[in-house]
Design a binder for this molecule. Structure first.
Ligand SMILES: *[C@@H]1O[C@H](CO)[C@@H](O)[C@H](O)[C@H]1NC(C)=O
Ligand SMILES: *[C@@H]1O[C@H](CO)[C@@H](O)[C@H](O)[C@H]1NC(C)=O
Ligand SMILES: *[C@@H]1O[C@H](CO)[C@@H](O)[C@H](O)[C@H]1NC(C)=O
Ligand SMILES: *[C@@H]1O[C@H](CO)[C@@H](O)[C@H](O)[C@H]1NC(C)=O
Ligand SMILES: *[C@@H]1O[C@H](CO)[C@@H](O)[C@H](O)[C@H]1NC(C)=O
Ligand SMILES: *[C@@H]1O[C@H](CO)[C@@H](O)[C@H](O)[C@H]1NC(C)=O
Ligand SMILES: *[C@@H]1O[C@H](CO)[C@@H](O)[C@H](O)[C@H]1NC(C)=O
Ligand SMILES: *[C@@H]1O[C@H](CO)[C@@H](O)[C@H](O)[C@H]1NC(C)=O
Length: 421
């Protein structure tokens, strides 16, 4: 009687208080047990209650420790993927109908405990990102109570793999330790319905294992898109790009960056809907997305690049942008290197011109003012002084004259330069 009152108090307070006729409660379920499959698929099973009333269509009421995920179902088992980092308990009772307001039997509870070990030795910040629907990268930080030479191992499981696999490509990046493994989206549309189960422990068994359950409908970082087509038409800039493979274009959001290096202006456009229906994009538009940038100046130099991220139509989050696509440019290139080369080439040309001019002037001077014959010398030659010296003298004379002319020309050029700014 006392027990009945307590039951009333617990489970049917409202009914009892409301004065409803006390209904017969079912006997409790028997043989409740729990086991773990894969890395963290936890399965509870139980048997029907003994001596159930004959007209009863048995249903089982169950919920997790803190009254989460209440369920009334005919099956005698319940499973859940649980990151086994904390204790988790299931409570089960039987009842005679699927009616939610029916009072179930006494609830029986069975818990599963986290793995043994010092909680402070477990790794922290265990996170994974699925890149490009083709490989997953997980990273973590060492626990507080661990030696720095701990050798970590990551195990992963997904229903498509059929078994637990060990990740081979462990890497370190500063404080973080990580590992990446292949996980390619299957053709089966249910592929993403199943999560990936992750466990990180150490080879020596000194740290407490850590678990994570990675949903494939979040934390997806797409590969970069690829610009296929870029052209001016009717005062607008038409952009067409190829989406990363295996993504449905409906499931992606886009950002188009348009830089005008001459005006040093840039615009970022968030693409809402695909413009590939536009007749200007007459080429193959399958698997591509199109955008029309309004108000551009034709014949101006533009650089365009695009990035994508998953959106909430198909995914649970929309935070991870892809890398930018390769930039593509269009329009007349202002080409700063052209100006730089011009700046370098002009002085060279000027210098060359000066040299040519000098040489030319020198020759011109020789033509215009031929060396004046020295009558004295001629006389000397005529009157017998057949010394070889005279020839030397003559040569020297001409040489001296020429160098004098050259300095004159340089002075002239320098004066010219000063005159022109
Ligand atoms: C509970 O398990 C025991 C032994 O495993 C078995 O003998 C018994 O029949 C089970 N009870 C029910 C109701 O199935
Ligand atoms: C069981 O249900 C049938 C039909 O619903 C009814 O005729 C019968 O009296 C019930 N028996 C008991 C013991 O409640
Ligand atoms: C569930 O039970 C309550 C009271 O016991 C009753 O009022 C209600 O009609 C039932 N609902 C269904 C769907 O049978
Ligand atoms: C980790 O592995 C290295 C090389 O295999 C070994 O020298 C070291 O002792 C290991 N560390 C621990 C904590 O076992
Ligand atoms: C992962 O996939 C890439 C290319 O698809 C392949 O080259 C590599 O061998 C794969 N790695 C493993 C561990 O299977
Ligand atoms: C993304 O995955 C596709 C195939 O699934 C592959 O062809 C492509 O090279 C990948 N891109 C990057 C950036 O990894
Ligand atoms: C476009 O301009 C922005 C802002 O100045 C700059 O951050 C970005 O790197 C530029 N893009 C390219 C492709 O140079
Ligand atoms: C994104 O860019 C970074 C830096 O350029 C590069 O290391 C990384 O591999 C790229 N990721 C993808 C998915 O292409």
């Amino acid at each position: 009687m006392e027990r009945l009152a307590r039951l009333c108090g617990l489970w049917a307070l409202l009914l009892c208080a409301g004065g409803a006729a006390p209904t017969e409660t079912q006997p409790p379920v028997t043989n409740l047990s729990v086991s773990v499959e894969n890395l963290c698929t936890v399965i509870w099973t139980w048997s029907p209650p003994e001596r159930a009333s004959p007209n009863c269509s048995l249903r089982y009421f169950s919920h997790f420790g803190d009254k989460q995920d209440k369920q009334i179902a005919p099956e005698t088992h319940r499973e859940m993927e649980v990151a086994l980092n904390e204790k988790i308990c299931l409570q089960v009772g039987s009842q005679c109908s699927a009616n939610e307001s029916e009072k179930p039997s006494i609830l029986v509870e069975k818990c599963i405990l986290p793995p043994e070990g010092d909680p402070d030795s477990a790794v922290t910040d265990l996170q994974c990102i699925w890149y490009n629907l083709s490989y997953m990268m997980c990273s973590w930080l060492p626990g507080r109570n661990t030696s720095p030479d701990t050798n970590y191992t990551l195990y992963y499981w997904h229903s498509s793999l059929g078994k637990i696999l060990q990740c081979e490509n462990i890497y370190r990046e500063g404080q973080h330790i990580g590992c990446s493994f292949n996980l390619t989206k299957g053709k089966d549309s249910s592929f993403e319905q199943h999560s990936v189960q992750i466990m990180v422990k150490d080879d020596a068994g000194k740290i407490r294992p850590s678990f994570n359950i990675v949903s494939l409908t979040s934390h997806v970082k797409p590969g970069p898109p690829h610009i296929k087509n870029l052209f001016f038409k009717n005062g607008a800039l038409y952009v067409q790009w190829e989406n990363p493979k295996k993504f449905n274009s409906r499931c992606l959001s886009y950002e188009v960056e348009v830089n005008n290096s001459q005006a040093e202006s840039h615009g970022n456009f968030y693409v809402e809907d695909d413009k590939c229906q536009n007749s200007e994009f007459k080429r193959n538009t399958e698997g591509t997305t199109c955008f029309i940038v309004p108000g551009v100046l034709p014949d101006t130099y533009y650089t365009v690049r695009i990035r994508v991220k998953t959106n909430k139509f198909c995914y649970d989050d929309d935070i991870l942008w892809s890398n930018w696509s390769q930039a593509m440019s269009i329009g007349k290139e202002p080409n700063s290197t052209f100006y730089i080369t011009m700046l370098l080439i002009i002085p060279v040309i000027v210098a060359g011109a000066v040299i040519v001019l000098l040489l030319y002037l020198k020759r011109l001077k020789i033509i215009i003012f031929p060396p004046i014959p020295d009558p004295g010398k001629i006389f000397k030659e005529m009157f017998g002084d057949q010394n070889d010296d005279t020839l030397h003298w003559k040569k020297y004379d001409i040489y001296e004259k020429q160098s004098k002319e050259e300095t004159d020309a340089v002075v002239l050029i320098e004066n010219l330069k000063k005159a022109s700014p």
